[in-house]
Design a protein around this ligand. Sequence first.
Ligand code: FAD
Length: 303
Amino acid sequence: MNTLAAAVQQTSDAPNVSFEFFPPSSDKMEAKLWESVARLSPMAPNFVSVTYGAGGSTRDRTQRTVAKIAQDTPLNPAAHLTCVSATKDEVLGVAKDFWSAGVRHLVVLRGDPTEGMGATFQQHPGGFRDSVDLIAGIREFDIAPGARFEMSVACYPERHPDSRGWDEDIAFLKAKQDAGADRAITQFFFEPDTYLEFLERARAGGVTMPIVPGIMLQPNFKGLKRIAGLCQAHLPQWLHDLYEGTEDDPQTRELITANVAAELCHKLSEQGVSDFHFYTLNRASLALSTCRLLGLKPKAQTA
Ligand code: FAD
């Protein structure tokens, strides 16, 4: 049986998924986001996360978006939160506002500077040093009686551009766990072994929390090359070959993107991976077709 047939027949073993969105900056994008949320909801994601723009630039929009998800949908929203360009009090104030809006899950990050990915991070004079400092700060902060945020953090199967070596990197991820992180979500990658080797290193270094693969759904290959260059993620030659000549053919690129993502998830599933986090870029169709290729059906249809 090929992998596609296996996926379709094994709906009961279908994976757990979560989706990342970004906060919209125009009325048109706002409509697209809520349409995507509505179309992806029946896939019963574990959670849906909303990013926090570089330098905290989307703070208000992130807050509005996660609050609306918490209040108007059955979904479990996770708000991204960074240390950039803000004092400790300001960042903790945002965390408190998230809690008051009904948000119970944070994706806790150091973040990228206001100038964007690739620029050097500068700690704000009154701010948190890095993600470990922020996790600890939130855990110590008296948000509300009995309040405990679920916390996810970022990790990097090909190392972060600021990394000085594997040992230090894994020790730093372990420090995130020790400070109170519940789960790590990876940067995107395209080779299963990249994730599996990283998982092995992390487990050997005492990281026991779940490490959920982050799966990129970017059909604009030019854009993907730009982001991958900035965050130093490797794009294998076979991926270049697949997209070659599709510059003027967005429909073909979308089909390639969904199939590449599904194939990667299948290969990881075969190694026992059961949870996947999709970088949706607010595009429901791509995330939906990838889920379908993995055998996931809308909740109402699986009964
Ligand atoms: P940290 O983990 O604090 O540090 C980054 C890296 O620097 C570490 O992995 C380690 O290699 C090195 N390092 C730092 N301090 C030490 C130390 N003391 N000892 C040893 N090594 C150290 N960016 C946004 O602006 N908004 C978002 O919403 C957002 N969401 C993201 C979601 C995911 C799942 C991922 C993977 C990334 C996301 N990013 C986001 C990008 C992220 O902000 C950048 O990668 C940023 O440069 C690092 O953030 P971090 O929390 O991983 O930083």
